[in-house]
Write a protein that binds this ligand. Structure first.
Ligand code: FE2
Length: 290
């Protein structure tokens, strides 16, 4: 494994081709109390998702982007939330294992949804807002905690091009790391109970590189299979939801593209991704999905 520089940031070769890495399955046992007994906070979303912060910007029990604090900071140097760490020691240990700088670290609780809703939820994260050039690009680890073999992380390089899609199954112990600022992503969760997953922001660098190598990270996996009918139904549902949202926004006099996950409107307003750090108050990140 090696690293390379792109646009001033250190990135890992393992992500260069496809933007994600899948590691060996986790072999340990974790008491579900570690994710069931921690405190979840409501977040700006549909109500289908809750998060339990393990590390936050300044150690408080909240999930806001680190840049939305005073002083603002990039998604690094997360501060452990003591009350949560006490309840989830193994999860914290797993987040710390790579030895890479950790930003946000939280458990997501996601209720079942439909594939088409997942396509509608596609978005990119802005993990690297305020991240100084000359340092490591921030990527995110997803450790699935519950056994959801028919739920999938859906990734696309181009959100409007199904041929760029990868669907990674999420049985208990699945471990993936995704450049979520590069890839559109969302999770389709099939089942009748919530899915729980540990999400950690890590800085790319030699530590994360070595961790990926240790657990035999691969840069490509076969997609979870779907029939042509299932794929088409998903596209149709996503489009219906986009149309409904555009109509609702237009009725309120807002730009119908706002919130479509592409950051296009924001980029136009701010003059490009480099200026996003000043875009406070904008919902650039949907958190109802992964
Ligand atoms: Fe995300």
């Amino acid at each position: 494994m090696t690293q390379y520089q792109e646009n001033g940031y250190t990135k890992l070769e393992a992500f260069r081709a496809n933007g994600y890495v899948v590691l060996d399955m986790y072999q340990g046992e974790i008491d579900p109390k570690e994710w069931l007994d921690v405190t979840y906070v409501d977040w700006k979303s549909s109500g289908e998702t809750r998060f339990a912060p393990l590390a936050s910007a300044y150690g408080d029990l909240e999930c806001d982007g680190f840049w939305n604090h005073t002083p603002p900071k990039t998604d690094k140097d997360g501060v452990w939330v003591d009350s949560q760490v006490a309840l989830a020691p193994t999860l914290v240990e797993r987040a710390k294992e790579p030895g890479a700088n950790i930003g946000r670290c939280r458990i997501i609780e996601l209720l079942p949804n439909q594939y088409g809703e997942t396509l509608y939820n596609f978005h990119r994260d802005d993990n690297n807002r305020l991240n100084p050039e000359g340092t490591g690009w921030i990527v995110r680890g997803f450790f699935n905690l519950t056994h959801n073999p028919d739920s999938v992380m859906v990734l696309r390089a181009d959100k409007d091009d199904p041929s760029t899609e990868t669907r990674i199954a999420l049985p208990a112990g699945a471990q993936l790391i995704v450049d979520t600022q590069r890839l559109y992503h969302a999770v389709w969760h099939q089942g009748d109970a919530p899915r729980y997953c540990l999400i950690t922001s890590w800085e790319s660098g030699p530590e994360l590189d070595a961790y990926i190598e240790k657990y035999h990270g691969v840069s490509y996996v076969e997609s979870y299979p779907l029939t042509d009918e299932e794929l088409a139904a998903g596209e149709a549902l996503a489009q219906a939801k986009r149309d409904a949202r555009a109509a609702a926004l237009a009725a309120r006099g807002q730009d119908p593209r706002f919130g479509d996950g592409t950051l296009r409107v924001l980029e136009e307003q701010m003059g490009g991704m480099d200026s996003m750090d000043s875009a406070t108050g904008m919902e650039t990140e949907q958190l109802s999905e992964a």
